[in-house]
Design a binder for this molecule. Sequence first.
Ligand code: HEC
Length: 535
Amino acid sequence: MAYRKLHLLTLVMMFCLFAGLAGNASAEESVPQLSEEEFAKGKQIFFDRCAGCHGTLRKGATGPNLEPKKTRAIPVEALATIVSEGTGGGMPPWKDVMSRDEIELIAKYLQLDPPQPPEWGMEQMKESWKLLVPVDQRPKSPPKRNWQNYFGVIQRDIGKVTIIDGDTKEILTTLNTGFAVHILRTSASGRYMYSIGRDGKATMIDLWATPPNLVAEIKTGLDARSIDTSKYKGKLGNFIDKYAVVGNYWPPHYVIMKGDTLEPIKVVSSRSYTYDTNEFHPEPRVASIVASHHAPEWVLNIKEAGIVLLVDYSKIDNGTVIETKINAERFLHDGGWDSTKRYFLVAANMKNKVAVIDTFERKLVSLIETGNKPHPGRGANYIDPEFGPVWATPHIGEPMVAEIGTDPVKHPQHAWKVVRKMPVAGNGLFIKTHPKSDNIWVDNTISKDLDIAQTLTVYSKKDLGGKPVNMRLTDHGKVVHMEYNKNGDEMWVSVWDKEGEIVIIDDKTRKVKQRIPLATPTGKFNVWNTMQDEY
Ligand code: HEC
């Protein structure tokens, strides 16, 4: 393999090139040479494809530490092979995604010191904030359509969000939302839909406009994953549609904004000490966020610190944020409410565990071993005929759904235990059901076997111990992420491909009802189910 080696004499020069980087290479060490342009390309590839798992500073998260002290001990060829082929332990293969040159470049890049990413504070946020349609210029009443049955669909690879009328199946509009939108959430009233891109850009869509339009946007940081809104109304005040919050990977912080304009109000750092060893971590990222319906509060998951934060937003008007820090487990990722919305269940996926937080008692209730890398999305709530109310999660690392009992009052013997493990066709990302449905749908997106990744597994709630049905939905792309319509009688799922589509399934008959062609659709969110946190 042809890569140039460089010895001590020229090291000084090289470190000048990568200004601001402190080198600690000894005389014996040799490191690859990259031009400024190559380094910039490596940085971009790393940010786009690797930082999500290994961390912007490469200190390790879902994937291990990749700092030079470690990577320089591995030959560039060996690094390139790992990147190209992946490993059985969760490192994906990149040979079908990246060119050979790009793989060799990133292998060399890994041996160089990671550049310190820039900070992004209130000043930069304010500069990036755009109020596209002021509140008084927006419609005063909802459209004549059944807007609570609209779907927002993320078109991941092209940086757009499409709004579809769930009743008529018409595409109402396609909006530019930014690079690789991660999720959508709605305001408590459902009127506004918010998107957060991996590039930290949050956008806000007014669903009452005809067609729905972008009314505000802001860049909250350089890398982000989560967004939610204030959903509490009660004795302590009415916070419906009042605030939005974004959780960032870089800089590691969360940003509280006005719910109707995205004007930033307050930035709070999540840099902190790890919950167990109490060591300082420079990059504890904010993973998922959910909004409480019982208190003026958000639940934020601080991934590397292993801490679940309960953030009381009721006194934000005075500039006060009250944080309750609950020790949970490292590498918190995604999760959702149980059916009562008192308990929050979150996957610590690299620990093969799910942590249960009681938001009333404000404590960790249980840490439950479920299987190889649980990935619930928000999970699924339903009644198991044998075990009572359960919450279920699929797994990235094995083809299995685990059910956890969630009713400590009427079914205490099953509460916070894995009560059932259900085999599915492949390793997957998401599970979905609806209170009115008899079906539980599970995708097999992560399966290495494309034949399986193009199918959905479906269980009947009446026969959870029985054999599931496996349905092939496409002969191209991969099948990912399910969502119900408002009535719970249609299930929508994405075929993730350049020439992708939304497949709509009649939930009673399990027959395909309609296909809507759409480029690279991934997550999709029904307004009613999202505002209610119905999953
Ligand atoms: C989905 C998460 C994920 C992504 C994305 C990812 N990795 Fe990994 N990576 C892992 C995991 C998990 C391991 C550990 C694998 C194992 O132990 O078998 C790993 C291991 C590695 C290793 C071996 C480290 C060692 O200790 O031996 C290298 C090198 C590596 N990754 C580089 C990359 C690069 C470069 C990218 C981007 C092109 C990338 N990874 C993207 C999860 C990821």
